[in-house]
Design a protein around this ligand. Structure first.
Ligand code: GDP
Ligand code: MN
Ligand code: MN
Length: 254
């Protein structure tokens, strides 16, 4: 058994309005059932999500949080603009974004963008993935899956990893429930986070710095799905999200 991860090289610095699918197709010959992994940084750049801190007027809530935690109120305003709920304020802002993803700073980032500029993550990464995927399929005539990724930390371990924040035509979870283990015992709870694992694998080629590799094709794994899928289906239903409940308790106490 094996699969391949192929870096898409020679992609230029992406600007507002750039046609990412065409740029990708000019630099790799995609095959049926390839999984095209694209860093959210370039998706956001192409969607014109860059901004300057000077242009963000801080509202009352941002000023209040800034006073409490001693950070730039304009940056907090930018985070709030993309957040549905703040779970942790200090020592970092852990939020749930408008699209339901939970991460630090709502994914607002200043790396790999010109000096003086910041980047909002794509507003609706599932929609971005679908738009990119449909265009890639149109250009190539192939059946393709897409994963839009970002780099996130983990709650209980040091080190960040690539994660899926938007998907197109891929099953994000592989259910092992009902399958047998080596000894014939029936698995009862295991569901494998395939989209995140693929994001992590692609991230090995992307890196986090000046590598200039914002897209990777994974070839040789069959997770293709005809139906509409979205990463939102992997976010835990509120009533089952015990970690969030705990964080809310702590917020109320502090
Ligand atoms: P994120 O994980 O989505 O936040 O993206 P990163 O900032 O970690 O970048 C992932 C990869 O994409 C790295 O190899 C960057 O050097 C590369 N990258 C970021 N922006 C661009 C761009 O505009 N053009 C190219 N060619 N590479 C980029
Ligand atoms: Mn990022
Ligand atoms: Mn990254």
């Amino acid at each position: 058994m094996k699969f391949e991860a192929i870096a898409v090289e020679n992609i230029p610095l992406i600007q507002d309005g750039d046609d990412l699918p065409s740029i990708i197709c000019e630099n790799i010959s995609l095959q049926d059932r390839d999984i095209v992994i694209i860093a959210s940084t370039v998706v956001a750049k192409a969607e014109g999500e860059t901004f300057r801190l000077e242009d963000v007027p801080a509202g009352e809530k941002a000023l209040e949080i800034a006073a409490r935690i001693g950070k730039d109120a304009r940056f907090i305003q930018a985070v709030l603009a993309r957040s549905r709920e703040i779970l942790v304020e200090r020592p970092f802002m852990l939020v749930t974004t408008l699209s339901g993803h939970t991460c630090v700073n709502a994914g607002v980032d200043e790396s790999n963008i010109e000096h003086g500029f910041l980047l909002y993550p794509p507003k609706d990464p599932d929609r971005s993935a679908a738009r990119l995927g449909k265009k890639l399929e149109e250009l190539t005539g192939k059946e393709l899956s897409v994963i839009v990724t970002d780099t996130n930390g983990r709650a209980f371990k040091i080190g960040q990893t690539g994660v899926a924040i938007g998907i197109y035509k891929i099953k994000p979870i592989k259910r092992w429930i009902g399958e047998k283990d080596l000894f014939g015992k029936v698995l009862e709870i295991t569901e494998e986070a395939v989209a995140d694992e693929l994001a992590g694998a692609a991230n090995l080629l992307m890196g986090e710095g000046a590598g200039g590799i914002p897209a990777v094709a994974i070839r040789g794994l069959d997770y293709y799905c005809e139906d509409d899928t979205c990463i939102k289906e992997t976010y835990r239903p509120e009533e089952q999200d015990f970690i969030k409940k705990g964080l809310r308790c702590l917020q109320r106490k502090s």
